[in-house]
Design a protein around this ligand. Structure first.
Ligand SMILES: [Zn+2]
Length: 525
């Protein structure tokens, strides 16, 4: 057996998927001709289709997109009227998989992470599109800015995912119920798509939920450690529970077992002790609260990836994509700091990591049980904190959902069809179906074989005699085996407009290089 274990770090493979190109392509300033232009008609040829709702993939088949919608899925040679015409845009998806665009159900837009170091908003937009996110549910942000960006995204005057705006319920924590209700009516008037609720007393929550239901506003909650738990939110009809908070809390015998010197405004205390919560839950009570969440149709958006540093700090601090893609503003923000939310790693201990690992095991089992009982699981990354980069966070979220026991096809369902259901757009998003919005990802390879293929950085692949192959393939004595980089999404298509992912990522590298050149100073980690 001739094992050639040369690590070929070829950007060309990323650019061109796995059609092994010996030479990197000459960088082109404009990128491919189709990038960011709305074709009247787009034909994607010869694709294997991952439909969205977890039915098995099928194909190869053609997908015709007209005026932003999927107008035909089938073999275009069978139906002459659907065949590609002279001025159609064509994407050859031979050897590639096409899946619906991802709904990132939990994210925030950031224009600056470290004071005085602006981070261009296009950085985050490009990274999300490159990770396949075509719809972004912002759960808390700058409301007026996000509404403006939403309109611009809908009009295609900016390169960005579709945006849904769920503002934080202001006055929630301090307001009287009447004030809270007035605030909600006002924000609905101003165009809120939903509400993000954090940390409430029961009477406040009752006021919020009553008003939200009266106005038809969807609700997402970060429960925190509060008077209210998942039980209150489920009873009062919240649409989604974010993160891990509130579920274990509803299954405690008594209250959280935190030491008397705990201060919840000290994030080392808060995040350290949070990692002990699931171990304190009574398993029988945990089953019951999961039953209640399923019965009340509460979705669970666990955002596993955002807490991962807590269970493995060294991994989180040394992700390979930081080298070319980490903006200095975000880099500064990630460093341990009492001022930055989520930057709580001062003297993080082996015991804290071990407790968080245990927490993940119980939490993941709970999410799996919730889904097995019929609960709706979605995907969100909450990136821009805790060493999680925009886009890479959603890609990692999919991997962690596989770790929780879901098959890759189920994970993709969580990211697409379940996301569409969560945001109430299941009549037009989340499936590759005629009449649905053309939010489509053209993936270099089969993400059901390896979810890492969806990572904007690409993935390690094995080449057998120069061609990509499963690493379980039999290897004969005369076979040539090579390690290479491949995978990645080739095109992210939103509303029928194709965005070329290698071009988006090149732009990100350039933004980062420019910002680093201008960086005033950097502080020691
Ligand atoms: Zn968040």
């Amino acid at each position: 057996m001739k094992l050639v274990s040369c690590a070929i770090a070829i950007a060309a493979l990323l650019t061109f998927g796995l059609a092994a190109q010996p030479q990197p392509p000459a960088p082109s300033a404009a990128g491919p001709a189709l990038h960011a232009k709305q074709p009247r008609r787009l034909v994607i040829k010869n694709a294997m289709v991952i439909y969205g709702n977890a039915k098995p993939p099928y194909g190869p088949i053609d997908i015709v997109v007209q005026d932003g919608l999927i107008s035909y899925v089938g073999t275009t040679t069978d139906v002459p009227s659907t065949a590609a015409r002279g001025n159609d845009a064509v994407i050859d998806a031979t050897g590639k998989y096409v899946m619906p665009g991802i709904v990132n159900a939990h994210m925030h837009w950031h224009e600056e992470r470290q004071p005085g170091m602006p981070q261009p908003i296009q950085y985050e937009r490009n990274l999300y599109l490159a990770a396949g996110v075509t719809t972004a549910r912002e759960v808390g942000g700058d409301f007026d800015k996000s509404k403006k960006w939403q309109a611009e995204s809908n009009a295609h005057t900016i390169v960005a995912p579709r945006i849904l705006v769920y503002p934080f319920v202001s006055k929630g924590r301090t307001g009287a119920p009447a004030e809270i209700r007035a605030w909600i009516r006002d924000i609905k008037q101003r165009g809120a798509d939903g509400l993000k609720i954090i940390g409430m007393d029961r009477d406040q929550l009752e006021a919020i939920m009553a008003e939200a239901h009266a106005l038809g506003l969807r609700t997402a909650t970060h429960i925190a450690v509060e008077e209210t738990t998942a039980k209150d939110y489920a009873e009062l009809g919240v649409n989604s529970i974010e993160h891990f908070y509130g579920v274990a809390d509803a299954a405690l015998n008594g209250i959280q077992d935190f030491p008397p010197d705990t201060s919840y405004s000290n994030e080392i205390h808060r995040f350290g002790r949070a990692g002990e919560l699931y171990a304190q839950a009574d398993p029988a009570k945990l089953h019951k609260i999961i039953d209640l969440m399923v019965e009340k149709h509460v979705a669970w958006d666990p955002t596993f990836s955002i807490y991962e540093a807590s269970r493995d700090l060294t991994r989180a601090q040394n992700l390979p994509w930081f080298r070319d893609y980490l903006h200095p503003s975000l880099e500064e923000y990630f460093k341990a700091s009492a001022d930055n939310h989520g930057s709580y790693f001062f003297g993080w201990t082996s015991t804290q990591e071990a407790k968080w690992r245990q927490q993940y095991r119980i939490w993941m089992d709970a999410v799996r049980e919730f889904a097995n009982k019929g609960g709706l699981v979605t995907t969100g990354d909450d990136a821009g904190y805790i060493y999680s980069m925009y886009g890479f966070g959603i890609s990692r979220e999919l991997e962690l959902q596989e770790e929780a026991g879901f098959k890759p096809l189920e994970v993709i369902e969580h990211a697409t069809w379940n996301g569409a259901r969560l945001i109430g757009m299941e009549d037009r998003l989340g499936k590759i179906r005629e009449g649905f919005v053309a939010d489509l990802l053209v993936v270099n390879g089969n993400p059901l074989e390896n979810l890492k293929l969806l990572n904007p950085y690409g993935a390690d692949v094995m080449l057998l005699n120069g061609r990509p192959a499963s690493n379980y393939s039999p290897i004969g004595p005369n076979d040539r085996v090579q390690a290479a980089r491949g995978g990645g999404i080739e095109w992210t298509i939103k509303d029928g407009i194709p965005y070329h992912v290698p071009t988006l990522m090149r732009e990100v590298r350039e933004m980062v290089a420019r910002a680093r050149a201008q960086r005033p100073h950097t502080t020691a980690q």
